[in-house]
Design a protein around this ligand. Sequence first.
Ligand code: HEM
Ligand SMILES: [Cu+2]
Length: 548
Amino acid sequence: MATTTTLAPGTTGYERSWVLDWLTTVDHKKIGVLYIVNAFAFFFFAGLLALVVRTELAVPGLQFVDQSTFNQAFTMHGTLMIFLFIVPVFSGFANYVVPLMLGAPDMAFPRINALSFWMLPLGGLLIVSGYLVGGAAAGGWTGYAPLTGVQFSPGDGTDLWIMGLAVVGTASILGSVNFLTTIFKMRAPGMTLYRMPIFVWTVMVTQALILLATPVITAALIALFIDRNYGGSFFDPSVGGDPILWQHLFWFFGHPEVYIVILPALGVVSEILPVFSRKPLFGYRAFVWATIAIGLLSFSVWAHHMFTTGVVFLPFFTFMTALIAIPTGVKMFNWLATLWRGSLVFTTAMLFALGVISMFLIGGISGVMLAAAPVDFHLQDTYFVVAHLHYVFFGGAAMGVFASAYYWFPKMTGRRLNETLGKIHFGMLLVGFNAAFFVQHSLGIQGMPRRIADYAADAGWTEMNLISTAGAFLIAFSMVPFVVNVVTTLLNGEKVGDDPWEGNTLEWATTSPPPTYNFDRLPPIRSERPVFDLRHKHEPNLHPEANP
Ligand code: HEM
Ligand SMILES: [Cu+2]
């Protein structure tokens, strides 16, 4: 039978413009890049808002902005950093690497994937557009009732904030279904659950948390919208509602949210440490179970954010919160054991991974302190909390973002970021970060409240606030070498092969960048380090644990 070997006329030679190509793509790699670029745009904007806040606080007195502008600035800063930067940026990296790590050609639902991405800039713009209609939301990123009720937040900015967050939340629910289906249904032959890279495990638990937690906040937002616009009374006590109900709903989402943010960063660290220690990850299965345990426990501790409301059974929530230290400690211990006697290579990615571990350790310790109810009564709503949350969100999670960027950039582009500029970026960020946030512990202990635009000159807080503001500007300047690095590397960076770091996981077994549908052929998958096995075909298996 005759077969056609040439294409029918008209099916070649049609090239879409690259703009249209990116706007309509359903390729998980391009969608991943779109997620990352979009998240960084919001990161830089939210960072500028942080500088507004810090500049105002540098010295006593109101110099630059009025109270209302200040409240909008920290609310938009927190909201955008959490919902438009740190969560979606990891969805971006996960979008790019999870199918690769599983040996899959794409995500399970490529079109839904594109939809979940495009809802994000839409939601983000809705939130920011509050600035165009007489003032953005100003009730804090936690949106506490009654601050966000019509009485104290009469403007449209708060309604836009609610709508934008509902869109963003719906997008991440769609995304979580896609991730979970991909992880359960799209793994290559041989890729058992216990051979999946730890990063994939952390994404899986994270997406399960998103699926369970996000509908709660979305429902609460809708209730708030009804209160504000249609005479509802969910949160208004004067007509039988309960403002504490908002706190329950918010934190039932909000605490898991912390792990939604931190788990992928811990996953990245668990990928990077073995590669640059030239050793297998110590205790693979313990990492898996610690991740699952953290995920489960995260739903039983929300009320540690509500100790001072008086409606909380303090011993229970203190105890459950303290329990989380156990699986977290397991991870810490196993990372150190991975590094122990390894031949360490201090690439920028490795430095950022070590940064995550050490900064997250500080954030974890201050977290255990806050979890003790008597201590929390003193520190609630002070700068101690601001310090704690930034050690977790910035020192932990955002450092993990930079670790990911340096580690996977060669896979995404075929070019490696410049290591000298990378190390300058890391050094400036580390110094700036600790200058900005470490002193805030003392400020909090001395009683400086969060969310204030001004403080008394004789409070004794001026010097530390000045240091904190200087640190914030150093953080901002550390982005210059980073951006220069990304731009110059894209234009003419050092071209490296498909596997510049000698990685262990499947993404390093294809070209950089990978072709459409990712793999021409896959190496056999007989352990959680298939690419390592491929490279060391003739040596005995050094890590039989995962290969029973
Ligand atoms: C560019 C570096 C950053 C600086 C200088 C900075 C600074 C600040 C400042 C001054 C506040 C206000 C404190 C207050 O008055 O309550 C704040 C709040 C906050 N920041 Fe940051 N921040 C930075 C990065 C981040 C990152 C990366 C995240 C999360 C991923 C984040 C999340 C938050 C949150 C959730 C709040 C609470 C907002 C609220 O109380 O409503 N920040 N930050
Ligand atoms: Cu919490």
